[in-house]
Design a protein around this ligand. Structure first.
Ligand SMILES: [Zn+2]
Length: 313
């Protein structure tokens, strides 16, 4: 039997049909549209799923399940989306609405949890029973896999590493709290740190790489400048690595998973991220004379959203 995975993103919605071997048979996509009623958004998704099924040479009768991963929080037992700001969804009955169009079981989950599941089934953490996936992008997303299953908490609101408090009385976070971890460890944090640093060092190589305009500094600019041994970028990146290392050590001190998987834009730095992190995080782990979780880079990329969603049950 084949399964359908839907990756609901802020700009686009990707739908994929996968077979029993987790191979993607077909893919279809539609742009995210938020200025239409919820019922129409779901209708478009169902039509896109139908198109992907047809493209795979199958019919809906051959589909075992449909899963959707979205950037928000959902009640996985009722199929209600509690909050998905990107789509403008607050307390909407996603499963109930989708079932008006298909006669197939429908599941939903948070997108970072979905990616964590995908990596643990078909990616870099395959074969492990416990892993924590951390996606480092605009914010920090995270997904916990315990005994091969997503652990999103007893009430479904856990696994939010990005909003654990990292600095008492620290920077304000869009969530309303102060000092959240993602204000210190996301790509946004790295950019912010670099833009502050160049204000005092306008002659730095990093500033030149941004064409002399601090607002053009991206995470990649800092990483590229640090790679090129620009002293200012090296200092900023070193501080960022130290912060991220503390975040990962928090995971180990709390959960001690078999492996920690890093995804998202910043993880594209590859070993330039991984190697210093592995060195640094050890010193923040309490029992650091013992074997510790390996830190690895996610391998599935954009396919994780589809594969993980299709694996939901
Ligand atoms: Zn927050």
């Amino acid at each position: 039997m084949a399964r359908i995975g839907i990756d609901v993103g802020g700009t686009g919605i990707q739908v994929g049909v996968i077979d029993d071997h987790l191979k993607i048979l077909s893919e279809a996509s539609i742009p995210t549209c938020t200025n239409i009623p919820f019922s129409e958004q779901v209708e478009r998704m169902a039509a896109c799923a139908e198109a992907a099924v047809n493209q795979a040479g199958l019919t809906m009768r051959q589909i075992e399940s449909i899963g959707a991963g979205l950037p928000g929080v959902a009640n996985i037992s009722t199929g209600e989306v509690i909050k998905c700001a990107n789509m403008g969804w607050f307390h909407v009955p996603f499963r109930k609405e989708f079932l008006k169009h298909v006669d197939v079981p429908v599941f939903i989950e948070n997108d970072a949890n979905v990616a964590a599941l995908a990596e643990s089934v078909a990616g870099v953490s395959a074969g492990t029973s416990s892993s924590v996936f951390v996606t480092i992008g605009t914010g920090i997303g995270s997904g916990i896999i315990l005994n091969g299953k997503i652990w999103n908490g007893f009430h479904g609101i856990g696994g939010e590493l990005g909003h654990t408090i990292f600095a008492l009385g620290g920077d304000p976070c869009p969530c309303g709290n102060h000092g959240c971890l993602e204000r210190y460890c996301s790509a946004t944090a790295l950019i912010h740190m670099a833009r502050e640093a160049v204000a005092d060092h306008p002659d730095s190589e990093m500033m030149k790489m941004a064409g002399g305009d601090p607002s053009r500094i991206e995470a990649r600019t800092v990483i590229d400048a640090a790679r090129a041994s620009d002293p200012l970028a090296t200092e900023v990146y070193g501080k960022y690595i130290d912060q991220l290392a503390q975040a990962l050590a928090n995971i180990v001190n709390l959960l001690d998973p078999e492996v920690i998987v890093l995804g998202g834009g910043v993880s594209k730095a590859g070993h330039f991220l991984l190697d210093p992190l592995k060195r640094e995080y050890v010193k923040y782990v309490l029992y650091n004379d013992q074997p510790m979780p390996d830190i690895k880079l996610a391998v599935l990329g954009s396919e994780a959203g589809i594969i993980g969603a299709a694996m939901l049950s």
